[in-house]
Ligand binder design. Structure first.
Ligand SMILES: NC(=O)c1ccc[n+]([C@@H]2O[C@H](COP(=O)([O-])OP(=O)(O)OC[C@H]3O[C@@H](n4cnc5c(N)ncnc54)[C@H](OP(=O)(O)O)[C@@H]3O)[C@@H](O)[C@H]2O)c1
Length: 254
C-alpha cells in the first residue's frame, strides 16, 4: 500500500461500527491490519469503540497508529479521557481535538503531553463546513500537525480553503466520511465503469477518488464487515485517477 506522511493511505474509522462488540472489533481490526492498514481513528464520542479497539489492537499495538480524540468542554474531563486512552493504547500517535471543542484550553496541556512523549502528533477535526473558517484559524496557529475533515464527491467544501491551507502549512490531512457515511455506496455503476477506473468495487473507486488528491494523506472508511475492510485496503495502491477518471466517479456519485 502507498505510504504518505502518516503511513499507509487507507486507515479504519470506528464510528457506529463495532461499539462494545469486541468480537466484531477484533475481526475488523485484524482484517484491516493484515491488509496493510495502520491508522485507526476513534473518539470518546463513539461510545465503547475506544475500549474495543484497544483490546483488538493488543498484541499488534506496535504496528498500529492510533488517531483518537479529546471531546470535552473542560480540561479536567479532557485529561480524564486521555488517562483512559493511555490505559487502552499505551500512547496516542495522533491526538485530535474533536469538533474544535475547547481547543485552545486543550492545546496547552496536550502540547505538554507531546513534549513528554505520550502523544506524537496533535490534530484538530470538524465535520461541518459551517466550522471550516474556525478550523482554518486553528491551523493558522501552526500548533497542529494534522487536520481531519470530510471529503467525497458530495462533500467538497474543504477544497476551497482548508486543503490549500493544509498544503501551505505542511499539515497532514485525514479524510473522514470518504464513503459519505455509506450513502454513496448504495448504488453501483455498471461493470464497464469500474473497468475504466481499474477497480473491482465502487467503494474502491470512491476511496481512490479522494486519494487522487495528493494533498490527502489518509482516508479512514469505517466498516463492521471484515470483507469490506480487506476490499477497502486494496484501494490504497496506485495508479491514482487522472482528472477524467475523477470526473467519471463524480458523475456516477451524483
Ligand atoms: N461521520 C462523521 O461526522 C465523522 C466525524 C468525525 C470523524 N469521523 C471518522 O471518520 C470515519 C469514517 O466516516 P464514517 O464512518 O462516518 O463514514 P464512511 O466511512 O464514509 O462510511 C461508512 C459506511 O460505509 C460502509 N462501507 C464501508 N466499506 C464498505 C464497502 N467496502 N462496501 C460497502 N459498504 C461499505 C459501512 O457499512 P458496512 O459496515 O456494511 O461496511 C458504513 O455504513 C468514522 O468512522 C470516524 O472514525 C466521522
Amino acid at each position: 500500500m502507498e505510504e504518505r506522511r502518516l503511513g499507509p493511505v487507507i486507515g479504519l474509522g470506528t464510528w457506529n461500527t463495532f461499539g462494545r462488540d469486541s468480537a466484531t472489533a477484533q475481526a475488523v481490526v485484524d482484517a484491516a491490519l493484515d491488509a496493510g492498514c495502520r491508522i485507526v481513528d476513534s473518539s470518546p464520542m463513539y461510545g465503547a469503540a475506544e475500549a474495543s479497539l484497544g483490546a483488538a489492537l493488543d498484541s499488534r499495538r506496535d504496528v498500529s497508529v492510533v488517531a483518537t480524540k479529546i471531546w470535552a468542554r473542560g480540561v479536567d474531563e479532557g485529561r480524564e479521557q486521555f488517562r483512559r486512552q493511555l490505559e487502552w493504547f499505551g500512547r496516542v500517535e495522533i491526538e485530535q481535538i474533536h469538533n474544535l471543542v475547547a481547543w485552545e484550553a486543550h492545546l496547552e496541556w496536550l502540547e505538554r503531553e507531546r513534549a513528554e512523549g505520550r502523544v506524537e502528533r496533535l490534530g484538530v477535526t470538524h465535520y461541518s463546513p459551517s466550522a471550516f473558517g474556525q478550523l482554518a484559524d486553528a491551523l493558522r496557529t501552526r500548533r497542529f500537525e494534522t487536520v481531519q475533515l470530510p471529503l467525497n464527491p458530495h462533500e467538497r467544501e474543504c477544497e476551497l480553503e482548508l486543503l490549500p491551507l493544509a498544503a501551505e502549512l505542511g499539515v497532514a490531512v485525514i479524510v473522514m466520511r470518504p464513503l459519505g457515511e455509506g450513502a454513496l455506496v448504495r448504488r453501483t455503476p455498471p461493470e464497464s465503469v469500474l473497468d475504466e477506473l481499474g477497480v473491482e468495487t465502487w467503494p474502491q473507486a470512491l476511496l481512490k477518488w479522494a486519494l487522487s488528491d495528493e494533498r490527502v494523506d489518509v482516508v479512514i472508511p469505517a466498516t463492521r464487515n471484515p470483507e469490506h475492510a480487506r476490499a477497502n485496503a486494496a484501494a490504497g495502491t496506485p495508479p491514482w485517477f487522472d482528472d477524467e477518471q475523477r470526473r467519471l466517479v463524480e458523475r456516477f456519485a451524483a
